[in-house]
Design a protein around this ligand. Sequence first.
Ligand SMILES: [Zn+2]
Length: 113
Amino acid sequence: MTRRKDLLSREPVPDIEGLSAPDTRRRARAVRSLCPCRGDWNTYGEHLQELKALQKDPEGLVRLNAVHVARDAFVGEIQEERRARSAEAAERRDRALSDRVRQARWRAAARRR
Ligand SMILES: [Zn+2]
């Protein structure tokens, strides 16, 4: 376990240089290091073209990781859209509620007149 950690800690995260490394495992790990599931959407976006090209890498291990990254990006985008939509819906509900409160107050004031 410790050996694996040591091995990983030697490579920078995200490992940009690794994307063009001749070693298959390094390239595969580098692809994975840019996955947006790690929370870094900016770095992923900056290297999108390279990541797409690596989906056609001659090595299956690299392609597999490139597809994982594409899938996670897709799922992440859907989740982000859903979050934005539910935030909008909540805002609409709040607005509708405050409209109703305002109308009720206006009616109450009108009755007093
Ligand atoms: Zn991922």
